[in-house]
Write a protein that binds this ligand. Sequence first.
Ligand code: HPA
Length: 277
Amino acid sequence: MAPDPQGAAAVIAARAPGFTPHVGLVLGTGIGALAEAIEDAVIIDYGDLPGFPLSAVEGHAGRLVLGNLAGMAVACMQGRAHLYEGHEAADLALPIRALSLAGCDTLLLTNAAGSLNPEFPPGSLMMLSDHINMTGTNPLVGANDERFGPRFPDMTVAYDRELRHRLANTAARLGITLHEGVYMALMGPNFETPAEIRAFRTMGADAVGMSTVPECLVARHSGMRVAALSTLTNLAAGMTDEELSHAQSLAVGAEAAKDLRRLLPAFLESLSPETGR
Ligand code: HPA
């Protein structure tokens, strides 16, 4: 039987007694270094958290960092597992549920993505207004765990309006350009074909990537507020003459990640440290 998220939540409580994180952070490709800014950090390897799936992807550390970032109590996942690594979609539910049990009622997801929108250039940041799940799977498939949420969760507002408003205001205050658009998630691991990208543009996608949507679905199911940000690392396949590579994603993503490393702490500072709201 799959492990219960209570086990991982119990390890978190035991390793950081008396500490209640309000905001969960998932740091994607190229953004992991943000965890180094966390103060009074308690670090737990995913291997010590029962049921946390491990990631072998370059740029994903695989540890949970508990502590204070810009005065906010956070639980930060430095690295995440992906569907293309062979994990079952349902396996991706456990870490998010463990964060929810630990106290997080807000979840901030980050990722690296390709841009389908010529007005959103590589090196810039996009906040998700909505998503399209094209992974072909869903972490909520299987018996519904009623402790967390309903069988048929509503997804009318997947990405919280208040949080988006705050992120937009914070970015404007810092002089950071923050685009807003629709993220399409695919299973991967290959980058898309030019024909797929043309089809996805017609469907309304502004960016494409291989993560984030499973975590958003689990978090919304359990009633967490969600916001998500993409560092745009490339124009999607066929939009330029260049071929795509993970190495190039990391290099260009580093530019956008600099803005994200300024934006996230300033955003957290704008929330109440007592409640995280
Ligand atoms: N496609 C899918 N995932 C990605 C891309 C892309 O072009 N760039 C970064 N992650």
